[in-house]
Design a protein around this ligand. Structure first.
Ligand code: GLC
Length: 818
């Protein structure tokens, strides 16, 4: 792949505007006239139109848009003409700022919301941001600049900001490297990265969004540019952070914190959140390349039930198709797919099938014929079809950036849905092409009417494929929630799909990597994520597989997957003690589904990430900028996976506050590291004091039985703490009409009493009537309980000093005293 990486800030690259030097190193076309880097000059005045402010230096124009009180967008038009407003990342830019003003003095123009200021320095067009306490959070190190692209037209665009001595950086999606990105440089170009390695770059996704933390204050930059983009976090020059792209507009959003959580929430305001998935999607999923023929699939399903290991979904990889032709079945392996899928469903299994974008060139194949007739396949600059080899052989590829093509593709799922398929796995959508890697740059795309070459569309191709799949399924399935998974994506892909981290390897290093990637994806907007549990290629031993199941239990998306040339890889494949431990963890997954579902709701509704690295929990503690093994699952449960073979114990840092060891219920004071035993049967799990964690009974699959009682695990605290519990039908979009129940629990305690209060929002009423309570950690022997003002006698304290009782789900206030 041509690499146009250039060093934006090397002294050698700095050329005065009138400097006509021939720049060989940056010139993609040898022998063509010079590429000259130009910098913004001096802003001479500022105009305001609504929430937009325009400044020019004569020719170049800068637009400053106030989006919300915390978000300001900056755009640059080198020759004064902005591109049309269009973004796959930010579908709707709604102005929500309460107030904004323009101020001018001798040295600067300043656009202010109540919360942040954007300063444009008169001397040199430097742009900086500050908060209302005059803390400068981000500032240009040189003015924004650009280079003409003689080969394709348009510009390479650059922005360089200062980098504080201790500034740290997070985000950027799925980069397989340390969580803290300081000192590193990256490129975004969606790439099929089979067996990728630590520090390999780029891999499958493009999420040009980073979160900075400097002097305790956090801000984010979302560089909404779909071309090949680059980020440098103090790598080339310690005191500079740069981002640049090989085309498109210099367009970035400054997103203020001051807390990292605020930055991530605000990023979700721009790019959206994942709609609620069907409840079954939170169960355990079993995948392999490939389960076939039918007898193999049914045997796997049967073994799950015999082994009493819960499982909700079985995946069919490419071999279910006829010659890898999408939307067909291999009738030799699967003579009656509808019957098989129905039988699987009767036993509680959802069938998820893979779909690839490459459509076999074959005039006897209806999908190809239709696509060809309608001219829906991508074409090169001279109108030849874009052809490349993938699984089916010679293929052409739909242009998913064309809304008409998306609608057509979405409709193709009708047959699969009719067969009973419940979910679609979108693969190879970087797009991947054997031999060449991907499409050549000159392939043309409709780009929703904003036409462009593959340079512009490459990084959004996969996202538009899964969008088309999701939207198609949503139409066909009427009011039922579709389930989709994708490999490639661009910022905002979370609006359409879950993602997995791609073709990892069965090594301990990859277990570590997966742990970091999941946290990174989660803080980069993609909360519904998982790894191939066990590693896709290579052979894990029982210990590695079990440790991976333990991590996977707390991945928002939990799926085991393996390549076809590996040994069998089901939770029972390694014998004892592994099978029992795998079962215990998968059961724990099912018990915690109501907690995960509630946490997902927080993501969907409020933009909170599901997995939160310690730095998001406690950004005041600078050691947390480098802690990457642990994370919290939602905000109540802290998980520290075991990432080394044979590990008997490990250090765990607990943020300040009180924590309960999940297994022993011992209360540990946080703000320090503790040594925790890590026998194979457990990993360190801690629950924050004051939490109320809802628990469902273990089932072999979601919805196996009617839930008759929900357990509420209450953890005493001597301060006020809030938890919440979301429920709804679990498979329709009725929640969009407020048909859900969001219960809030508030607990408070002191040395002699403890109270639990419940309040309710929403219109959904679950069918169970009773809660069964366990209250751990009471510092006194409870002798009196009052519920909603009435004395309640039917309680007991068990051998572990846990208070137990049952009561109606409609309680308002429970008071427990000495
Ligand atoms: C790709 C996918 C992998 C899948 C295989 C065959 O390598 O990443 O998950 O099993 O293709 O479809």
């Amino acid at each position: 792949m041509e690499d146009n990486t250039i060093d934006p800030e090397l002294e050698s690259n700095k050329i005065a505007e009138d400097d006509d030097t021939f720049q060989h190193i940056n010139n993609p076309i040898v022998g063509i006239k010079p590429i000259i880097k130009k910098y913004l000059g001096v802003p001479n005045h500022a105009d305001q139109i609504g929430n937009k402010f325009f400044l020019t230096d004569g020719e170049a124009k800068v637009e400053i848009t106030v989006v919300t009180d915390q978000i300001i967008r900056v755009r640059l038009a080198p020759h004064g003409v902005f591109l049309e407003e269009f973004s796959y990342g930010v579908p709707k830019l709604v102005q929500k700022a309460t107030a904004f003003t323009l101020f001018e003095n001798d040295t600067e123009f300043r656009v202010s919301t109540g919360v942040i200021n954007c300063h444009i320095r008169k001397a040199d067009f430097f742009i900086s941001f500050s908060d209302s306490n005059d803390n400068v959070t981000s500032t240009d190190a040189v003015p924004m600049h650009w280079e003409e692209n003689v080969a394709f037209g348009g510009y390479y665009v650059f922005c360089t900001k200062t980098c504080g001595p201790k500034e740290s950086f997070f985000g950027l999606g799925d980069k397989p490297t340390e969580l803290n990105l300081r000192g590193k440089r990256f490129v975004n170009w969606n790439t099929d990265a089979y067996s990728f390695q630590w520090n390999q770059d780029p891999i499958y996704r493009t999420i040009p969004f980073y979160i900075s933390i400097n002097e305790g204050i956090s801000h984010g930059i979302f560089f909404d540019n779909t071309y090949k983009s680059h980020f440098d976090f103090g790598s080339e020059e310690k005191n500079k952070t740069s981002f640049w792209a090989d085309g498109g507009e210099l367009q970035y959003y400054y997103i203020h914190g001051p807390h990292m959580m605020d930055v991530v929430k605000n990023y979700h305001i721009l790019t959206g959140t994942h709609p609620m998935p069907p409840l079954w999607a939170f169960g355990y999923h079993q995948c392999r390349w490939s389960y076939y023929p039918e007898a193999k699939v049914t045997k796997i399903a049967k073994t799950f039930r015999e082994q009493k290991i819960p499982c909700d979904a079985i995946y069919l990889d490419i071999d279910y198709m006829d010659g890898y032709r999408c939307f067909t079945w291999n009738k030799k392996y699967f003579p009656d797919p509808k019957k098989m899928v129905k039988e699987l469903a009767a036993d509680g299994f959802k069938t998820v099938v893979i779909i690839d974008p490459g459509i076999r060139v074959d005039d006897n194949y209806w999908v190809f014929k239709e696509g060809k007739e309608k001219r829906y396949f991508c074409r090169r600059s001279d109108d030849y079809f874009m052809e490349g080899h993938v699984w089916p052989g010679r293929c052409q590829f739909p242009d998913f950036t064309n809304p008409e093509v998306r609608e057509w593709w979405g409709g193709l799922f009708e047959g699969l849905v009719e067969t009973g398929v419940a979910g679609v796995w979108n693969d190879m959508n970087e797009p991947a092409v054997f031999g060449t890697g991907s499409f050549p740059d000159d392939v043309r795309h409709q780009y929703d009417g904003h036409r462009g070459s593959h340079r512009k569309a490459h990084n959004v191709y996969g996202m538009q494929m899964v969008r088309s799949t999701y939207e198609g399924l949503r139409t066909i399935m009427k009011n039922k929630r579709p389930f989709t998974i994708t490999r490639a994506g661009y910022s905002g892909v979370q609006r359409y799909s879950s993602v997995w981290t791609g073709d990892n390897v069965a090594t301990w290093e990859h277990l570590k990597l997966g742990n970091v990637q999941l946290q990174r994806l989660s803080m980069s907007g993609i909360s519904f994520c998982g790894t191939d549990i066990g590693g896709f290629s290579g052979e894990p031993d029982g210990e590695l597989f079990t440790r991976w199941i333990q991590l996977g239990t707390f991945a928002p998306f939990m799926r085991a997957h393996s390549a076809g040339d590996t040994k069998e890889r089901e939770p029972w494949s390694f014998g004892e003690p592994y099978t029992s431990i795998n079962r215990k963890f998968i059961e724990l997954r099912y018990k915690l589904i109501p907690y995960l579902y509630s946490t997902f709701w927080e993501h969907h509704r409020y933009g909170f990430p599901i997995l939160r690295p310690l730095v998001m929990q406690e950004q005041i503690e600078s050691d947390n900028y480098f802690r990457q093994d642990e994370f919290t699952y939602g905000d109540k449960i802290l998980i520290c996976p075991v990432l080394e073979p044979g590990q008997k114990s490990r250090k765990v840092y607990l943020p300040t506050g009180k924590w309960y060891n999940f297994w022993t219920l011992e209360v540990v004071e946080g703000g320090k590291e503790v040594e925790v035993l890590t026998p194979l049967e457990t990993i360190p799990i801690f629950v924050k004091a004051g939490s109320v964690i809802p628990e469902y009974p273990v089932m072999q699959y979601v919805g196996e039985k009617e839930i008759e009682e929900v357990k509420l695990n209450v953890y005493y605290s001597d301060y006020v703490a809030n938890s919440f519990f979301f429920e709804d039908y679990g498979e329709t979009f009725a929640y969009e009409q407020d048909i859900y129940s969001e219960k809030k629990f508030a607990v408070d305690g002191n040395k002699t009493s403890f109270s639990i209060q419940q309040s309710l929002e929403g219109l959904y009423t679950p069918r169970y009537e009773t809660y069964s309570f366990t209250v751990s950690g009471l510092p006194f022997k409870p002798s009196k309980i009052t519920i909603d003002g009435k004395a309640f006698k039917d309680f007991a304290v068990n051998a572990d000093k846990i208070l137990e009782f049952k009561y109606s789900k409609n309680f308002k206030k429970i008071e427990i005293s000495k």
